[in-house]
Write a protein of this length. Structure first.
Length: 57
């Protein structure tokens, strides 16, 4: 089974070209799910890719 890939907030802001507050809005609207691992906040790569696809359409 393939292991899930996760991105940090910093990686997502660079990948999508958005600000941290935009990421927070995506979470609040349910477009992204925030995963906490200890003190780290991460996001699943497949959810990021899905978001990118829906933003293009």
């Amino acid at each position: 089974m393939e292991e899930d890939k996760y991105y940090t907030v910093k990686e997502i802001t660079e990948l999508l070209g958005v600000t941290r507050s935009t990421i927070d809005r995506y979470v609040k609207k349910g477009k992204l799910t925030r995963y906490k691992f200890g003190a780290r906040t991460l996001f699943k790569a497949n959810e990021i890719y899905s978001l990118i696809k829906t933003q293009k359409n």
